[in-house]
Design a protein around this ligand. Structure first.
Ligand SMILES: [Zn+2]
Length: 358
């Protein structure tokens, strides 16, 4: 067992408003797996089938605690299915396994793949794991959120969790190999970690429910992730204490994004008064909405369907407020695209054909 701490202040320089930023780690901590101690490990086949190539692999691990024998074995994918109980020998030795080149040569010569199948070796006598934490007191990143991650079969961090309450502090926790039982129950195959989280940031409430951490897909069900926008007018002016009165009829304009996409947007001019202050005039605001929405995130659900934007009193007097609102919407949506890492396809116009590049 080995204990150590890292002072991120000293390592990365102190941020203003952060009082403490320190990591605490314990490595090579014995994993006491009572059931496995009493009953012995429960050997099953683990491995993967690549989606993108013919690459497949099979090895052995304990279904309960996830410990792998040493060596873990390199079994024949045609003979063994993932999840199947392994009832073969445990007398494998460390290399030499045949190299890929040797395997290819043997296959070409019509010989069996291995002289002797590289079966797993003995179970490790004293399995260990690591745990770590990072504690921040003071400012971290804007927003509040809580997240739990269940790793995948290839994750370095088996479980991870954090709680962030800016500007008060944050705590990040992770385990290595501890919690493999849970990971094998909930997320045994594939290489996608799963995340459950809720957060308040960027003027909305974000949630993730068993969402794939690294590869959001448009085939994911709607409930897997989403954002509830808080009232955009409150976002613009702070607490809800203002009254809004519609002025005139709605107007439709085209908002042209710098990335080349156009959007038909419906605008509603509103006069905003300070409700707490005897309805004193406060500002002019334009409520806008558009369908199917302006994409601001890579995946399909990152669309903004509407919000509010402020316009000048002069533009209302002159009647040019729709143009000012359209420009304001484009500015705001462009900033959101930057913030969310959206990389739109920009149309490059050539002489006789259009090329789309990422
Ligand atoms: Zn076990």
């Amino acid at each position: 067992m080995h204990r150590f701490t890292v002072n991120y202040h000293e390592r990365d320089g102190q941020r203003r408003g952060t009082l403490l930023n320190r990591g605490y780690f314990i490595s090579s901590l014995p994993r006491v797996i009572l059931a496995c101690r009493l009953l012995g490990h429960r050997p099953v086949i683990d491995g993967y089938n690549s989606k993108h190539s013919n690459d497949r692999a099979r090895w052995v691990c304990c279904d309960r605690c996830g410990v792998r024998p040493d060596p873990q074995g390199q079994l024949d994918p045609d003979r063994w299915d993932i999840g199947e109980r392994y009832d073969g020998p445990f007398d494998g030795v460390r290399p030499p396994y045949p190299s890929r080149e040797e395997i290819k040569q043997r296959a070409e010569q019509g010989l069996p793949l291995y002289e002797r199948e590289p079966v797993p070796g003995p179970w490790p006598a004293k399995p260990t794991g690591d745990v770590g934490a990072q504690v921040i007191i003071g400012k971290s990143f804007p927003g509040w959120d809580a997240e739990l991650k269940i790793g995948n079969a290839g994750s370095e961090h088996t479980l991870a969790a954090h709680l962030r309450l800016h500007p008060f502090g944050a705590i990040y926790l992770h385990t290595e190999r501890f919690g493999t039982w849970l990971q094998r129950r909930l997320n045994p195959t594939g290489y996608q970690s799963r995340v459950i989280s809720i957060g308040i940031q960027h003027g909305g409430i974000d949630w993730k429910l068993w969402a794939k951490r690294d590869e959001p897909s448009r085939d994911d069900p709607w409930w897997m992730r989403g954002t509830l926008k808080l009232d955009p007018r409150d976002r613009l002016f702070g607490r809800r204490r203002y009254d809004y009165k519609d002025i005139g009829d709605p107007v439709t304009v085209t908002v042209r994004m710098p990335h080349g996409d156009d959007h038909e947007v419906r605008l509603k001019l509103q006069q905003c008064t300070d409700g707490r202050n005897r309805r004193r005039f406060h500002s002019w605001t334009v409520d806008w909405f558009t369908r199917p929405g302006i994409a601001t995130k890579q995946h399909d659900r990152g669309k903004t369907l509407g919000s509010a934007v402020e316009v000048s009193a002069a533009s209302v007097e002159e009647g040019t407020w729709p143009a000012e609102a359209a420009a304001g919407i484009a500015t705001r949506m462009t900033a959101d695209r930057t913030r969310y890492g959206y990389r739109p396809r920009i149309a490059v116009v050539s002489h006789d054909f259009d090329v789309e590049v990422d």
